[in-house]
Unconditional design. Structure first.
Length: 369
């Protein structure tokens, strides 16, 4: 993408996909002089709706990576061209997604240290999180509920009926199968909530058992495979909303959603999967048969050696994963071998993305992805 100054001070954008003129008002709204914008919070000190519709660009020039503009209302501003291109790119992802399968060679990891939350290492870790859908922090302190301090340092904890945090260990009369020693097939958490928690943290406090391996699956990679290899079954999964339901002694939670949800560009936006909690709608016989066939296929793919990775969380490991993209599970274990104790909590995408963009600005890394 390239920005040029044309005749009559018109500002043009040329890219491989599109060529267009940038409207003077669009540029004027992005002028950030001390009189126009608060220097601390970057909020405007004026109402852009009150700008003159006939405002034009009086002078314009390019120099040293900047676009210099003087408007007909007297405002002058020097724009960073990279900043404008960043805004003009409508996608603006925080990181390019990398799909992976069971042959993923190296799991994204980061070594914890006390001041990591303000360091470039945290920027790198969050970049990996958005690329791969997960990252493992090593050597995180195992003091009780340290997970909340960690989570609140990169986002805001999302409280649920399980509390701000929850303990994952085998207990009598559990209200969720996670709190047993049974194997858990690949699933996403809390598909019955509105909205569904985005980011899940699991912090290993103790792990003395030989089983209980953690499993992860890239749901976006499975969706991509289905789209390419089984279009008809993929189609019914993206079109059919399923009801998910959680029942406890004190609460009943319900939500509807597709097993594969698409965005406005028909790219995978979110996956939901938990056969312990789903209720398929009463479709006509033909469609219902197709849906069951599709659900069986996607369940088999999620559980297959082609897509699933296995690893043991060691004491001090903290797994951060995208609950909208990844499925997770575990193998069974024997409680008589020792303790397996994890602490968990949820945070939302906007807060972790906000932390990443803050670190981007702090270390001037926006253009170096």
């Amino acid at each position: 993408m390239k920005i040029e100054v044309a005749k009559n001070n018109k500002i043009l954008v040329n890219s491989s996909k599109d060529n267009f003129e940038i409207h003077p008002l669009w540029l004027r709204e992005r002028a950030e002089t001390e009189k126009l914008v608060d220097k601390n919070n970057h909020q405007r000190l004026y109402d852009p709706a009150k700008l003159d519709d006939n405002l034009r660009i009086k002078k314009a020039s390019l120099s040293n990576g900047h676009l210099n503009i003087e408007f007909t209302d007297g405002v002058k501003f020097k724009y960073e061209i990279n900043e404008l291109i960043y805004e003009l790119d409508k996608k603006n992802p925080v990181a390019k997604i990398i799909l992976w399968k069971s042959n993923l060679k190296t799991k994204p990891t980061s070594i914890y240290k006390e001041d990591i939350f303000e360091k470039k290492e945290m920027y790198d870790a969050l970049q990996n999180f958005y690329k791969y859908g997960f990252v493992i922090f090593k050597n995180v302190p195992t003091t009780e509920n340290y997970i909340l301090k960690f989570a609140n340092s990169i986002g805001t904890v999302r409280s649920t009926n399980f509390g701000e945090s929850f303990s994952v260990k085998s207990v009598p009369e559990p209200n969720d199968l996670a709190y047993t020693s049974f194997a858990l097939t690949p699933h996403t958490d809390n598909p019955y909530r509105k909205p569904i928690p985005c980011v899940q943290l699991l912090h290993c406090i103790e792990n003395e058992v030989s089983g209980g391996l953690s499993t992860l699956v890239d749901g976006f990679a499975v969706a991509d495979f289905l789209k390419k290899k089984h279009k008809e079954l993929y189609s019914i999964l993206v079109k059919t909303k399923v009801r998910f339901k959680f029942v406890d002694k004190t609460i009943i939670l319900e939500n509807w959603g597709e097993l594969i949800e698409l965005d406005e560009n028909e790219n995978t936006k979110q996956v939901r999967f938990s056969t312990r909690l789903d209720y398929v709608p009463a479709l006509n016989k033909k469609n219902l048969e197709q849906f069951y066939k599709a659900r069986t296929l996607i369940a088999d793919l999620y559980a297959s050696k082609k897509f699933q990775i296995f690893f043991k969380l060691e004491k001090g490991d903290l797994l951060m994963m995208d609950n909208h993209r990844l499925l997770h599970g575990r193998t069974s274990y024997n409680v008589n071998e020792g303790k397996r104790y994890l602490k968990g909590c949820y945070i939302d995408h906007d807060s972790t993305e906000g932390k990443l963009r803050y670190l981007e600005r702090k270390f001037k890394l926006k253009w170096k992805k």
